[in-house]
Design a protein around this ligand. Structure first.
Ligand code: UDP
Ligand code: MG
Length: 309
């Protein structure tokens, strides 16, 4: 009996890349011995002809299953939709632009058959990404892994194989704000890592701007660590102790030398500095309260308009 495997692919405005994707991936998958594939394509509310092209594919090739989301929910939600729909004994997630080498899927399957429950792809060379993206990514991983117990492996994207048991574990995580890299790491399981070189995009452009990546990083940090909110207690405490000593110093000085008008600078400094600390900490609180607010609404992570096949 061949193993049934699901390939999960999020598509957002990838119209010009659909045929490149299917022409590359199908022969590759067919070469992998003893496997039977379903290719779950999620159209994440594309505004171009991505959906039409995918539907056309699904009509001629029954292995293609298309999930049409009602609007753009973001890549994390699209992947969740794919994981929910996948029926395979293992799933492989890959980007539609095939920047991650699909040739690696064969090795991933081999590792899985050898007993790995998660097979990660790790980019050893990110020279196809801009310098700024690489540097900020590296800062993010360092900061995140210092702040939290959940260690996200560096330079590992969403390109990975997961056994059915891992998928079932992921499906039990109810959060709406899905920082998948963190969730993947959180569920654990026996993991094998494969190194590869990431190519640059051959068609279309990246869907993640600088601001989107910043929000993504903030999401990652706040969904796995409460340190950013707790740290203000300590800063406040240290500040209080320092200002107390300073107050005492001024009091004693006044007793000995009498009152003097100077002191404008120090008052001004104390007011503005502490004021800005307070604003930052209120903002930090707001960040978490906002997240609590969104979670309590218990909205679904995505809405499907229609499925094909
Ligand atoms: N994507 C998506 N929804 C979005 C943004 C992106 O489904 O809102 C998909 C996109 O079609 C691609 C994958 O996520 O298949 C990765 O996107 P991209 O290549 O733009 O990211 P990068 O490689 O630059 O990190
Ligand atoms: Mg890409």
């Amino acid at each position: 009996m061949p193993d049934r495997i699901s390939l999960i692919v999020p598509f957002y405005n990838e119209g010009e890349g659909v045929s490149f994707f299917s022409e590359t991936i199908v022969p590759l998958l067919e070469q992998i011995p003893n496997t039977e594939w379903e290719i779950v394509c999620i159209d994440d509310g594309s505004s171009d002809d991505t959906l039409a092209r995918l539907v056309l594919l699904s009509q001629t090739d029954k292995r293609f299953r298309i999930i049409e989301l009602s609007r753009n929910f973001g890549k994390e939600a699209a992947m969740t939709a794919g994981l929910d729909a996948a029926t395979g004994a293992a799933v492989v997630i890959i980007d539609a632009d095939l920047q991650d080498p699909p040739q690696l899927i064969n090795t991933m399957i081999e590792k899985w058959r050898d007993g790995a429950e998660v097979v990660l792809g790790r980019r050893v060379d990110r020279s196809s990404d801009s310098m700024a993206k690489r540097v900020t990514a590296s800062w993010f991983y360092t900061l995140h892994n210092r702040l939290t117990k959940i260690q996200i492996p560096e330079n590992v994207g969403d390109f990975r194989l997961m056994d059915r048991c891992v998928v079932e574990a992921l499906k039990r995580l109810p959060e709406q704000q899905r920082f998948m890299k963190g969730l993947f790491a959180w569920v654990g399981f026996r993991t094998v890592t494969l190194d590869y070189v990431r190519a640059s995009r051959s068609v279309g452009t990246s869907k993640f701007s600088g601001m989107a990546l910043w929000n993504f990083a903030l999401e990652g940090l706040t969904s796995f660590s409460t340190l950013p909110i707790r740290i203000w207690t300590y800063i406040g405490f240290v500040g209080a102790v320092l200002t107390l000593f300073y107050g005492l110093f001024i009091f004693i000085r006044t007793l000995i030398y009498g009152s003097s008008v100077p002191g404008y600078a120090s008052v001004f400094f104390a007011v503005t500095f502490l004021g800005s600390l307070q604003i930052i900490s209120i903002g930090m609180l707001g960040e978490y309260i906002g997240r609590i607010y969104i979670e309590t609404k218990k909205r679904p992570i995505y809405i499907t308009r229609r499925t094909y096949n």
